[in-house]
Design a protein around this ligand. Structure first.
Ligand code: GDP
Length: 459
C-alpha cells in the first residue's frame, strides 16, 4: 500500500531555538517547496536541484516574506520515507515555523499525523515495524544505554533474527506440505526427529530473547523504585536529595501517560522511577500509618526498594513490619541520619535482610556517593550487564515471542506424541505468524495504525 499525498510537519521541538525544520514528504514535495521557497541565486531552479543538495533563499507565503533559510532536497527513494523529501531549515521561533508550515499546507501539502513520516518508511518497505518502534524508543530514550539498545534495533538486529527464524519455519512447513502432496519425491522418514532438533533450537533462541526483556525494560523505562521507611525516617529528605541534582528531564510522549506521583531521576545514567509515596499521602490525605502500607503495596511490584532507617532511634514495630515484608526482595538499606549518634545495629539489618547497607545523611548529602556507586555496581555489574547483546525492550514484542514459544512447544508435544505431520504445520504456522507480527509482516493494518498513533509529530 503506497500513500500518495504530500505531508508536512514541524520536525523540530516546540520552543525557541536557533533553527527549526519543516519537513515535507511525498510525490509533490519538490513542487510544494518550489512554491514557498525562492533561492537567493535566481538562476537556481528547485525542480532541477540534485538529490542531497541545498539552496539558500527566502520562504514566502504568496508575496509575503516569512523567513530566510535553507532548503535541503532529497529525492526518492533514498530518503527517510522513500519519497521525495524537502526540509526547510528556518529560524526556530514557533511563530515563524507555524507561518511557514501554513504556507506549505496552503500550497498543496497536508498536515502529517503523528508518526506519519516513519509510517511511510514502514509502508514503503524501508524499515520493518520493530525498527519503526525503535525510532520512537530512540526519541524517548532516557539514557545512553537505552539509546544504544534502540540503535541496535533500528539497525535491524531484531528484524534479522526474526526473519531468520521465520525462514526456517517456512522451509519446514513447505517441506511437510510437499511431502504430504507428493510422497514419491519427498520422504517424511525420520523427519520428526530432525524437526525436533530444529524446534528446540528455535525455542532456545526465543527464550534467549525473552530473557533479555527485564533488563531491556529497565534500560528503557528505568528502575521502578519505591522508598519505604517509618514516618520521620527521612524518605522525603532522601527523595529531595535525589531530585536536587539528578532530576531527569522527562519529555511527554504522546500515548505514554506519566504517573504524576512518580519522580524520575538520572544517577550516572541509571534511571530511577521513584514512586513518591509522600505525594500519595499529601494528595489523598491518608494518615501516616497508611503511608507505610501504601508504600509496601508499591514495593511488592518494584524493581528496587530503598529502605530508609532512622539510625538515630531504635527500630520499632513499623521497621519490623517493613523488614518482614521486604525480605528476599531487591533492597538497599539506607541507614539515614548518620550525622547523629547511631543506635541501630547495622550488622543485624544486613543479616536480617541479606542486602547492601549504606550510611548517609539525607539532609546534608554526606555519604550519597557511596549510594550512587552501589547503584551503579548493582545494575551494571552482573544484575544488569550491558553489552552488545540485543535487548527486547518492547512489551508487544515480548507478548508475541511468548506466543511463538507456546506454538513451538505445541509442535514439540505433537512430535513427542507421534502425531501426523500435518499437525506440525498448523502450530509451526502459528509461530510464523506471531514472529511476523513483531516485524509487521502481517495483513493487519490496525496493528501499524495503533503503533504509529503513539509517535510524536514530525517524525
Ligand atoms: P519521612 O517522614 O520519612 O519522609 O521523613 P522526612 O524526610 O520528612 O524527615 C523527617 C525529619 O528528619 C525531618 O525533620 C528531617 O529534617 C529530618 N532528617 C531527615 N534526614 C536527616 C538526616 O540525615 N539527619 C538529620 N539530622 N535529620 C534528618
Amino acid at each position: 500500500m503506497l500513500v500518495n499525498d504530500t505531508i508536512a510537519a514541524i520536525a523540530t521541538g516546540m520552543g525557541n531555538a536557533g533553527v527549526g525544520i519543516i519537513r515535507i514528504s511525498g510525490k509533490n514535495a519538490v513542487e510544494v517547496a518550489s512554491k514557498v521557497f525562492r533561492p537567493a541565486n535566481e538562476e537556481k531552479k528547485i525542480e532541477s536541484m540534485k538529490s542531497y543538495t541545498a539552496a539558500f533563499g527566502q520562504v514566502y507565503d504568496g508575496d509575503k516574506e516569512l523567513d530566510e533559510g535553507i532548503l535541503l532536497l532529497m529525492r526518492a527513494p533514498h530518503t527517510y520515507t522513500c519519497e521525495d523529501v524537502c526540509e526547510l531549515q528556518c529560524h526556530g521561533g514557533m511563530v515563524v515555523l507555524r507561518n511557514v508550515l501554513a504556507a506549505v499546507i496552503k500550497n498543496g501539502a497536508r498536515l502529517a499525523e503523528p508518526g506519519e513520516f516513519t509510517k511511510r518508511a514502514f509502508l514503503n518497505g524501508r524499515i520493518d515495524l520493530s525498527q519503526a518502534e525503535s525510532v520512537m524508543d530512540l526519541i524517548s530514550a532516557k539514557n545512553d544505554f537505552a539509546v544504544k539498545s534502540s540503535l541496535m534495533q533500528l539497525r535491524g538486529d531484531l528484524k534479522n533474527q526474526i526473519i531468520d527464524m521465520r525462514e526456517q519455519i517456512l522451509y519446514n512447513v513447505a517441506f511437510i506440505e510437499s511431502a504430504l502432496d507428493d510422497p514419491e519425491h519427498y520422504s517424511l522418514d525420520g523427519y520428526p526427529q530432525k524437526l525436533q532438533t530444529i524446534v528446540d533450537k528455535l525455542g532456545d533462541n526465543v527464550d534467549k530473547l525473552l530473557q533479555t526483556f527485564d533488563n531491556g525494560r529497565i534500560l528503557k523505562e528505568g528502575i521502578k523504585t519505591v522508598i519505604v521507611g517509618k514516618p520521620n525516617a527521612g524518605k522525603s529528605s532522601l527523595l529531595n536529595m535525589f531530585l536536587g541534582e539528578n532530576r531527569a528531564i522527562v519529555t511527554d510522549i504522546a500515548g505514554t501517560t506519566r504517573d504524576t506521583l512518580e519522580e524520575v531521576v538520572n544517577i550516572n545514567g541509571i534511571i530511577l522511577n521513584i514512586v513518591d509515596t509522600a505525594g500519595i499521602r499529601d494528595t489523598e490525605d491518608i494518615v501516616e500509618k497508611m503511608g507505610v502500607d501504601k508504600a509496601l503495596e508499591f514495593a511488592s511490584q518494584a524493581d528496587l526498594i530503598l529502605y530508609v532507617i532512622d539510625g538515630s532511634v531504635p527500630l520499632d514495630d513499623n521497621d519490623k513490619q517493613i523488614i518482614s515484608e521486604i525480605k528476599g526482595k531487591n533492597v538497599i538499606a539506607i541507614m539515614n541520619k548518620n550525622d547523629l549518634q547511631t543506635v541501630v545495629d547495622k550488622m543485624w539489618i544486613t543479616c536480617e535482610l541479606g542486602c547492601d547497607i549504606v550510611e548517609l545523611s539525607a539532609s546534608t548529602g554526606d555519604g550519597k556517593e557511596k549510594l550512587y556507586n552501589l547503584l551503579n555496581d548493582k545494575f551494571f555489574s552482573g544484575e544488569l550487564e550491558y553489552n552488545d547483546q540485543l535487548y527486547i525492550t518492547n512489551a508487544r514484542h515480548k507478548e508475541e515471542l511468548m506466543k511463538t514459544r507456546e506454538s513451538l512447544l505445541k509442535v514439540r508435544e505433537s512430535i513427542d506424541m507421534g502425531m501426523e505431520e500435518d499437525f506440525f504445520s498448523i502450530d509451526l504456522m502459528d509461530a510464523y505468524e506471531h514472529l511476523g507480527l513483531i516485524i509487521g509482516e502481517t495483513n493487519r493494518d490496525d496493528l501499524a495504525d495503533k503503533i504509529f498513533e503513539e509517535f510524536c509529530m514530525g517524525k
